[in-house]
Write a protein that binds this ligand. Structure first.
Ligand code: PMP
Ligand code: GLU
Length: 406
């Protein structure tokens, strides 16, 4: 026998990838696609994706870009016209002054977040993540060999973490704070006063940076969007991430960006130069047209998202055991569902946690949702409300019926 045959099989995969979880949103969406392909009438409320088409004027700009020959590599941080248009957008919408060398355009806000985390976090440094948080934050921190420190908001405060909680959580090893507002998964929106208080805490701790994920900026039902970077005491330490996926219904185009102090932006550009280069040339021309068109198309979609939120809340408020705060933005509801833990399903199995409940709803109601574990909130479950009204009504009718069997 050769010596290699006697060795125990060793996985070729790195510790890094073995420690990483698959994105729970993507995993659930994959499961529902598989069931759909087998002929089951699954309503997929697991994936957070606008169901609207990209506005026509943006598609037209992409066609024009192809005809005009925009088929070459672009500068890594984006074409100059787009970086300038992003600066103009920050001025117009957020009263923030950036120069083009502070903007890095990427293949989606997801890459912008990863660029920032990998550029800032050293092994062993702590990253405070406001919880519930978007699924990828914790995994990105792990990838950077940092330590994610989830800090949970309470249901009574719409899951918003307070400045006092933040103050108590900061240590000398804290490097970064990560959060989204409007928040995925809760839909909570930080007010000016709340963010101002957070900025005051950060101002007292100059070693802490903040990654503000504003991808749902336009999908806001309360009106005022506030950026952490607007508070002068911390402007230099805030990395603001945004993109086109949600506001312009451009998920498949892969276009996002960050704005940061020039040295941090340059680091993110260096990271991207070694991993992916500049994002698609045609997509960037489309993004330029999107921004030049302002936010009128987003406002139309937001009216639909608000109507659907109200429609869904009306139904779920009648579901016993669901505790559902009213989302102020984004397109999710995030009920607390622990009243169902310990109950028995018709097949005799016990629902012990939100993962069991999500799987039960997928199999019994044919509605896919995402368990709260992946968002740092194991007592909750996330449903997307970015689906047609009749689909939503049918989905929650089925959910209610299935839950009544427990
Ligand atoms: N941040 C949050 C909070 C999100 O919900 C998403 C959507 N997946 C992203 C970032 C990434 O968006 P993009 O499609 O621009 O990569
Ligand atoms: N933002 C979406 C979600 O949270 C897309 C999925 C993803 O990119 O992980 O479901």
């Amino acid at each position: 026998m050769s010596s290699s045959a006697t060795l125990a099989p060793v996985s070729p995969l790195s510790d890094r990838i073995q420690a990483m979880n698959e994105s729970a949103t993507i995993a659930m969406a994959k499961k529902s696609r598989e069931l759909l392909a087998k002929g089951f009438d699954v309503i997929n409320l697991s994936f957070g994706e606008p169901d609207f088409q990209t506005p026509q004027y943006i598609k037209d700009a992409a066609k024009q870009a192809l005809d005009d020959g925009y088929t070459f590599y672009t500068p890594v941080p984006g074409i100059p016209e787009l970086r300038q248009a992003i600066c103009d957008k920050f001025k117009r919408d957020n009263d923030l002054d950036f120069l083009p060398n502070q903007i890095v355009v990427s293949t989606g806000a997801k890459q912008s977040l990863a660029n920032a985390v990998l550029s800032l976090v050293n092994p062993g440094e702590e990253v405070i993540v406001f919880s519930p948080y978007w699924v990828s934050y914790e995994e990105m921190v792990k990838l950077a060999e940092g330590i994610a420190v989830p800090l949970s908001g309470t249901l009574e405060n719409d899951y918003k973490v307070t400045a006092a909680q933040l103050e108590a959580a900061i240590t000398e090893r804290t490097k970064l704070l990560m959060f989204s507002s409007p928040c995925n998964p809760t839909g909570s929106v930080f007010s000016r006063a709340e963010l101002g208080a957070i900025a005051e805490v950060l101002a007292r701790h100059p070693h802490v940076y903040a990654l503000a994920d504003e991808i749902y900026e336009y999908i806001n039902f309360v009106g005022e969007h506030v950026s952490l970077a607007q508070f002068p005491a911390v402007t230099d330490r805030v990395i603001t991430v945004n993109g086109f996926s949600k506001g312009y219904a451009m998920t498949g185009w892969r276009l996002g960006y960050l704005a940061a102090r020039p040295d941090i932006a340059a680091a993110c550009e260096k990271m991207q130069s070694q991993v992916t280069s500049g994002t698609c040339s045609i997509t960037q021309r489309a993004g330029l047209a999107a921004l030049q068109g302002g936010r009128a198309s987003a406002d139309e979609m937001v009216a639909a998202y608000r109507r659907r939120r109200d429609l869904v809340l009306d139904i779920v408020r009648d579901i016993p055991g669901f505790k559902t705060p009213t989302p102020s933005g984004a397109f999710y509801i995030f009920p607390e569902v622990s009243a169902y833990f310990g109950r028995t399903a018709p097949d005799g199995s016990t629902i012990t946690n939100s993962m069991d409940l999500a799987m039960y709803l997928l199999n019994d109601a044919l509605v896919s949702a995402v368990s709260g574990d992946a968002f740092g909130a194991p007592d909750c479950i996330r449903f997307s409300t970015a689906a047609a009204d009749d689909k939503l009504v049918e989905a929650f009718r089925r959910v209610k019926e299935s839950l009544a069997k427990l």
